[in-house]
Design a binder for this molecule. Structure first.
Ligand code: HEC
Length: 128
């Protein structure tokens, strides 16, 4: 029993040190979520845009960058907010509600929506 306690103690201590180390590696500390199964062949128009239309365009129209309305969003996002193939360093991903949106909007995107946006950027951020 004592041995078990020691094992638990040692592993939690090393986990703790490891997470501090990780914080230092990321220059802008964001709460990187666990990305569940990534969807394949994500479509910007039929999968990504509906997330913006449902959650973002009450605020993000022509007067607030990025303009996330259908028909404007792609040009507003790529390349200024999205580095194709590199979701974690893309400002769009870093700024999602629940991850690091600069303003508390009172909600978080679902894991599924986060995974769709992550996968779309990861797959090359195409206007598809
Ligand atoms: C309640 C209004 C509101 C909603 C809803 C909202 N945002 Fe924002 N967002 C803002 C405001 C205001 C800012 C600018 C805050 C600042 O710069 O201090 C901002 C900033 C951002 C930025 C950074 C812009 C920059 O140039 O630095 C991104 C990216 C962003 N929002 C994406 C989103 C996405 C994606 C959604 C939907 C999932 C969303 N926002 C929902 C109000 C909102």
């Amino acid at each position: 029993m004592k041995k078990l306690f020691q094992i638990v103690l040692v592993s939690s201590l090393s986990l703790l040190c490891f997470s501090c180390y990780y914080d230092e590696l990321i220059d802008r500390p964001i709460d990187i979520p666990e990305i569940p199964d990534l969807p394949e062949n994500v479509s910007f128009s039929t999968q990504v845009q509906p997330i913006f239309t449902t959650n973002c365009i009450t605020c993000h129209t022509s007067s607030l960058n990025p303009d996330l309305r259908a028909g404007y969003s792609y040009n507003a996002l790529v390349p200024d907010y999205v580095i194709a193939g590199d979701p974690l360093n893309s400002k769009l991903f870093q700024s999602l509600p629940g991850i690091g949106h600069p303003l508390n909007v009172g909600f978080e995107l679902s894991d599924e929506d986060v995974a769709i946006i992550y996968a779309w950027i990861d797959q090359g951020a195409e206007n598809n």
